[in-house]
Design a protein around this ligand. Sequence first.
Ligand SMILES: [Zn+2]
Length: 598
Amino acid sequence: MEIVKKLEIISRENIDKLYKWKVEDIMREEDIPSFFEDIKAGFAEIIAFSGKLNPDNCIECFLVQSKISYKLEKLYVFVHLKSDEDKSITKYSELLDKVSMLAVEFSTVCSFISPTVAKFKKQELIKMRDSEKYSYFSMYIDSLIRNKKRLLSTKEEAVLANVSSFSDEFDNIFGMFDNVDVNLGEIEIDGEKQKLTHGLYSVMLQNPNQEVRKKAYDAVYNGYISMVNTLAANYAGNVKQEYFWTRMRKYKSCLEKALDGKVIPVSVYNNLISVVKKYTPHLHEYVALRKKALNLNEMYMYDMYVPIVKDRNNLTEFDAAYKIVTEALSPLGDEYVKTLLDAKKDGWIDVFETKNKRSGAYSFGVYGTHPYVLLNHRGTTHDIFTIAHEMGHAMHSYYSNNAQCYEKAGYVIFVAEIASTVNEVLLIKHLLKTAEGEERKYLLSYYIDMIRTTLFRQTMFAEFEKFAHGTIESNEALSAENMTEYYSKLNKEYYGESVITDKNIGYEWARIPHFYRDFYVYQYATGITCAINIANMILKDSSAVNSYKKFLSAGGSMYSMDILNLVGLDLTKKEPYEVAMKEFCATLKELKKTVRGK
Ligand SMILES: [Zn+2]
């Protein structure tokens, strides 16, 4: 069943410490009890400000809040990393629960601060924002000033606070269905019946046998279709509550409200859709090529994930893989490369799969300590891309943490996926310089699929969200029928005639968890768009590296559009999207030459 033969799992103790992260760099394990005590004591310090907060003493309250927040974060990250090393050690999972509860308590304790400060006179807030004393908090104060005009009376705000305590339950309801109650049925693998899970489903979709893919696809969709009216009502409920907040906060549309949280203009969203839509004929071309490469008489949506070129059989050892990544990222300059090399020997990375270790890969960390990267390296080509991707996140944090204070170091999701994807694009371009034959074909199709799933697919989702919110905004009903009909139409428009839009695929909206975070997925599409632009800029002109370093160092010290301006990107214009789409076309053109089918 595995795409790659499973390697023997080694126990953690037998792994050289060079290949394990050094969690002890964050804090000493024996200090955990005193961290708990300090945090609890800090709560009392914060509560003492309740009802007494004014523009003069506010800074003291902010500083205590920051101090506690930092301690809490350190503790959380430490315990989180420790528990991921071995999920069977209950000590850490129990500690993680305790710290999470402490974090909830912390946000309750602090909940009076923002509403109180937001009520200060605007002039007072501007003075605070611009003063040296409040410099760590200037972005936070600026967001309060920006939203001041949206506040209602004290009484009305109290009612709204009560409403907000349950208005986002639709997401929880969906989560309960999607993670607990949904029945995805059983499938037969090698003569053995197995319960289908979300994870197994994505593996099954890559199975070379079309019949296997179809069975898994039908089973999964049946699970959602059997509850589709409930799911439709729940999703409509979620959109209605978004529309409620849109009106309460005096926005023109749900889209404007969602984007304004990170100060993103609506044109960024609309440009994305209009340019990507224009290029859908090229996606149709790719889909036709895929059908030919897979030698299929009829192609369905469940045939979209099976690789059209097989990965090489030999695996790349971690040291060799890391060397490839380092070479690929050399256009980012000596300093970047040196830090990458140091990261490898200084305990940033937990490399190998060990017993009960958390699966997958991620980058995580806390201000004041180097970033951490979890891998489960086996050595496939995809694993090499994972190193580049996760080290991109880690280096982003490294630069931001070095340049910014704790309060301004954290960056938002809108820019987060850019740094990781720039590295992936640089890696592809590096490998393509020398790759030939099947390897070259594999890389081209890897890149095409990356753009297809991250740029085209997420944009299609973005378009669906616009439809759903628009329907509620114009006082029409959102039902299983009209959503499914619209989704089918979108699917045809995006993927074209070479793939059969069967009855199942129209229901795909019912199984996308991200739709409960309204207008969120478009950020994956803008992320890869920016990454392709930046990688091309750097390869064309090495002086772009300096601007890119400024981007990496900005953390959360500016709004996202201003951070993108540092690298000369303006998403309120269509050009960056055109650049990304042309990259798709050029890659497709080359791939086409290599594919021979019936
Ligand atoms: Zn990522």
